[in-house]
Design a protein around this ligand. Sequence first.
Ligand code: VG1
Ligand code: CO
Length: 545
Amino acid sequence: MDIRTVDTTPFDDQKPGTSGLRKKVAVFQQPHYLENFIQSIFDCVEEPRGKTLVLGGDGRFHNRAAIQTIIKMAAAAGFGRLMVGQGGILSTPAASAVIRKYRALGGIILSASHNPGGPGGDFGIKFNIGNGGPAPEKDTEAFFRRSRQLNQYRIADVPDVDLERVGETPLGDLVLQVIDPVADYAELMEALFDFGRINSMFEAGMLDIRFDAMHAVTGPYACEILEKRLGAKPGSVMNGVPREDFGGGHPDPNLAHARELVGIMNGGAGAPHFGAASDGDGDRNMVLGQRFFVTPSDSLAVMAANAHRLPGYRMGLAGVARSMPTSQAVDRVAERLGIECYETPTGWKFFGNLLDAKKVTMCGEESFGTGSDHVREKDGLWAVLFWLNLLAIRNESVESIVRAHWRAFGRNYYSRHDYEGVDGARAGELVEDLRDKLAGLPGKRLGEREVRYADDFAYTDPVDGSVTEHQGVRIGFQDGARIIFRLSGTGTEGATLRLYVERYEPDPAGHDQETQEALKELIQIAENLSELRERTGRSGPTVIT
Ligand code: VG1
Ligand code: CO
């Protein structure tokens, strides 16, 4: 096998964000762009000789081309084995499961998650380490530093490989192994949940579900697990064929983008009992009942409160964790259970150490992400199976489970307002100016509430002591209400400003308000304080979740 060393010049924009390096497809199609970043990773990881690497993606446009290039570069780097999902497919949680099961050095996941795909859309690369989780910041910073000096990469001169046939092919010293992308993941799910019990519900016709794969990576996983293994009726999985452009849609499981599913779930009495959707790479989930939306923060809290009822979590939870902007609903569950609740910066990479150290068993984010120690990523289908298992055990509707939860713990009204594609400099200034106001806020009254604290969130990892700063401006009130501002780290166009608002309502008599109405005063305060509309030039948010 001939290995070519190619001269290149560094790019200065290969800095990974919240979840890997994300750019427009056209940026990745520039000569050497992908190769430079892959070589930067290979130069930073431990000696690859004889080690296993996992590779796959969400099937978006450019996935196959990128995979062929990475196979040749992995062969040149000296890896012993490269496990690639058939057709280049591996969902993010499945890649995490495969890395862990086969004790790989790590894995490369090609995805821009919920960002649109296609030639005009986005592409992305994430590197996951040996625990199956996203590379921590010290690693992503090292990749970035390396990318700024790189002047050569190495690539094997071999023809493109057939990715459709499961099996092994030698490429020099490398064994290329095309694997079934679903098998290991499905086996893991069977070990965690009571498939027999869920199956009986389907057999008895007591459970009608709809899962929207949004033409993204979860299609094959959902068809195999929900329809084939669990016996959900054919057609339960919608939009189950992955497409390079996600059928022209925006593979983001929320009320704004999963409209078709939302329409079905809001149908009359004949609407399915349970609805769910996942995103481009399969790590997000949205849970719906009949005419009922479960906020991701509530979903996390309900799951944590009920985990001990499910086979995989019978021993109870060691602790829980949530990202800072996620609602404090799960904190109340942790308090009741007498376990620790950790608050981390946004992004799954901050949960890895807590999970590895067994400080937490379950974690989640407000952005439609929940997961547990079974992998080191958030996991969309896992959350769906968790809910199905819970429905089978409790034999109640989604809505009644959530309402009972509110009665027991109180309700955290919660919403996120996104201002997408705003001018980067102006969004930066807005956050800077807010930071300047923070010191004067504690003790002050804003509307009917008194500010208890106002700060720029910083996190010290309790396991390795690493410090991460500037993770969002937060204003907390005496009654537990919060207002948070943060700039997104996953966009590819301009800046996205996120406003997160939360308020706690202990009284069940107050649990029936419409969310935006319940949060109206706080939203107004946040908009005034930040001069949001004037500074962004927008009359309202792009997306409300
Ligand atoms: C967003 C979410 C964050 C999530 C990240 C990756 O990040 O807010 O909670 O971890 O996306 O999810 P940001 O920086 O844009 O707010 V995924 O499904 O895109 O990998
Ligand atoms: Co995702």
